[in-house]
Design a protein around this ligand. Structure first.
Ligand SMILES: *[C@@H]1O[C@H](CO)[C@@H](O)[C@H](O)[C@H]1NC(C)=O
Ligand SMILES: *[C@@H]1O[C@H](CO)[C@@H](O)[C@H](O)[C@H]1NC(C)=O
Ligand SMILES: *[C@@H]1O[C@H](CO)[C@@H](O)[C@H](O)[C@H]1NC(C)=O
Ligand SMILES: *[C@@H]1O[C@H](CO)[C@@H](O)[C@H](O)[C@H]1NC(C)=O
Ligand SMILES: *[C@@H]1O[C@H](CO)[C@@H](O)[C@H](O)[C@H]1NC(C)=O
Ligand SMILES: *[C@@H]1O[C@H](CO)[C@@H](O)[C@H](O)[C@H]1NC(C)=O
Length: 557
């Protein structure tokens, strides 16, 4: 007896294989015909508000009721952006979309001049219709908004008589004046951002599509002669056979149980960032669950952590500048360890340029070969598996600019643990995974004084229990994202802490190829920064908010 989840994967013949977003359970047909007369439901991801000046923004509308119907593997929607707002102290992207009918969750991306600004997932509609809004602080990309550029928006949707949902989208950039707040300057955006994304034609989106563990994709770039600092921001999303990579079965279990068409390669993945073929860093991603994932009823109306604004990952490149400041092209590439079809990856290289010197110079002093420091242990007995991995990447390099001779040291420490139990040919699965990532960057002057330093720590957890047979599924999932950032520089200091956790449980029953089910979700979101605090506790079940308490009263957490 094949588990329900597996059956659904195999029966997903419609719509045609979509590189973007066919999710195991998204094919379920929700049966809420009684809701047809009701007003659209607002879906949302719980997140903190963006602190904004009280002044009215200068707003620039980019998309206006733009329709996304049969857009799958077509080129993105292209809109010319011409700067018209003057004061770019703070820039906020606002996306609002509506949809009615039945549709899968679709991944989408927004790029400005090839630089990705937002990676996100659509909400799954109901017959009565839904609406949702995503706001993102995009001040980091300020330099891009100063010149004429193309905005491209790709969302691969398909519409037919069954999957009727057409998305209608408004996209606006809001520009707020500078407040003079110290936080504005301590996060001074880069003067130049170079895209590490695909060149046109961009059918299917500007991201690279990484299809297996040996696939390396990327781009050659020549960087300006006067850069003194560089940070690579990586965008990552995982789909099809790797949508639930953390729950993928070990290959030995698949072969012993004669399972076919089941995603394998075990539950460990990492995106490796290569600079001229050396490992510059790694991304061990947070386990974002899209809005149709595991049990779609979990995410109505509160969507999963990161689903509407996927996390991005920063890799410090400054220690490598000595190698890059030679006016020659260098290759930036990405691979996915154990990867299965398909990962969407691209990156933005943020560069700070010397305003006084035409040429800076530097030297790479130290770079530890991280690939030899991966340790793994996989043990299995009677359907119990455990795996541990770790990696550390460290680099030190000197850059001479008008600011003096500054030596930057960066370190990334990554730890991974996954325990999984499988029974009934995979129909029963319990897993617990924890990833811990520490990042550390310190810049010192020739005299040894600390110029700036920053550290970050994150803990990303997922726990999943599922039991499925031919026509029913029950399960629960817990997601945890804890993060701490500290930063100190000539401009000031900052401290931020986030504790975000979500638990969801429920069931699904298939009746006459349509679906009945229940989802209950609870979320506890606590943000504590030196700028403000935000706290929200929310509980929902069966499309209804049962409890919702919000506060901005700072208490230590
Ligand atoms: C924007 O896209 C159009 C059409 O592809 C192209 O001709 C134009 O050069 C692009 N503009 C910029 C600033 O890249
Ligand atoms: C999108 O913008 C149009 C025109 O500005 C407005 O009429 C419409 O209500 C907006 N749609 C949403 C979903 O906000
Ligand atoms: C891996 O993917 C690349 C790019 O799609 C393809 O050329 C190559 O044949 C694949 N390798 C394997 C072993 O499937
Ligand atoms: C898998 O197939 C082999 C050969 O057909 C068979 O001997 C074995 O019993 C099967 N195992 C399971 C768990 O069905
Ligand atoms: C399933 O559909 C058949 C034929 O349309 C109908 O006779 C039957 O009552 C339905 N069963 C349920 C549980 O709705
Ligand atoms: C969910 O809500 C619907 C409509 O309000 C109701 O008919 C149904 O009984 C509820 N289901 C459960 C399991 O509570």
């Amino acid at each position: 007896m094949a588990p329900l989840i597996l059956l659904l994967t195999l029966s997903l013949l419609q719509p045609p294989p979509s590189a973007a977003n066919l999710h195991k359970t998204a094919a379920f047909r929700s049966h809420s015909s009684s809701a047809a007369a009701e007003a659209p439901t607002t879906y949302f991801e719980v997140t903190r508000p963006i602190p904004l000046p009280s002044t009215e923004p200068c707003s620039h509308s980019i998309l206006h009721n733009q329709e996304f119907a049969n857009t799958y593997s077509k080129p993105p929607i292209l809109v010319k952006y011409t700067p018209k707002c003057r004061d770019l102290g703070k820039v906020v992207l606002e996306w609002t979309a509506t949809c009615r009918g039945r549709q899968f969750d679709r991944i989408f991306g927004i790029w400005l001049g090839g630089v990705e600004l937002l990676r996100s997932c659509t909400a799954e509609p109901t017959p009565a219709g839904i609406v949702w809004t995503v706001k993102k602080d995009v001040t980091r990309y300020r330099s891009l908004f100063l010149k004429e550029q193309n905005v491209s928006v790709y969302m691969g949707n398909l519409v037919d008589t069954t999957y009727t949902g057409i998305y209608h989208v408004n996209l606006t950039f809001h520009f707020y004046p500078s407040t003079g707040n110290h936080l504005d300057v301590s996060r001074a955006p880069a003067e130049l951002i170079l895209p590490i994304s695909r060149a046109p034609p961009l059918n299917g989106g500007a991201w690279f599509e990484i299809r297996n563990s040996t696939d390396v994709q990327g781009k050659e770039l020549r960087i300006p002669n006067n850069a003194y600092r560089a940070v690579m921001e990586v965008y990552v999303s995982f789909h099809e056979n790797d949508e639930f990579w953390y729950s993928n079965f070990p290959n030995e279990y698949i072969s012993v149980n004669n399972l076919t068409g089941v995603p394998g390669n075990g539950p460990f993945r990492e995106v490796v960032v290569r600079l001229d073929d050396a490992v510059a860093g790694a991304v061990w991603p947070f386990t974002v669950i899209y809005t149709g994932g595991v049990n779609p009823f979990f995410w109505r109306p509160v969507s999963a952590i990161g689903s509407f604004n996927l996390p991005t990952y920063d890799i410090e490149i400054t220690p490598f500048l000595g190698k890059l400041l030679d006016s020659k092209p260098h290759s930036f590439g990405f691979s996915v360890t154990n990867g299965l079809n398909v990962w969407f990856v691209d990156a933005n290289l943020h560069l700070w340029l010397d305003s006084e010197w035409e040429r800076t110079s530097g030297e790479v002093l130290e770079h530890t070969d991280s690939s030899s420091s991966i340790k793994s242990r996989v043990s299995s007995s009677e359907g119990k598996f455990s795996a541990k991995f770790s990696r550390s990447v460290a680099a030190r390099g000197r850059v001479e600019s008008s600011r003096g001779v500054i030596t930057t040291e960066s370190r990334q420490e990554l730890r991974y643990k996954n325990k999984m139990e499988l029974r009934k040919g995979g129909g029963f699965q319990v897993l617990e995974q924890v990833i811990k990532v520490r990042g550390y960057v310190e810049a010192v002057t020739a005299s040894g004084a600390v110029f700036s330093c920053g550290s970050s720590r994150s803990k990303m957890g997922v726990r999943l229990y599922s039991e499925a047979n031919e026509d029913s599924f029950k399960g629960n999932v817990k997601l945890v994202l804890d993060e701490i950032w500290r930063e100190r520089s000539e401009f000031g200091s900052r401290f931020e802490r986030l504790k975000n956790s979500q638990s969801a449980g429920g069931y699904l029953v298939v009746e006459n190829k349509s679906l009945r089910g229940l989802g209950r979700t609870e979320q506890d979101y606590r943000y504590h920064g030196d700028d403000y605090c935000y706290f929200r506790k929310i509980r929902s079940a069966n499309y209804t908010i049962l409890h919702d308490k919000e506060s901005s009263n700072c208490k230590p957490i």
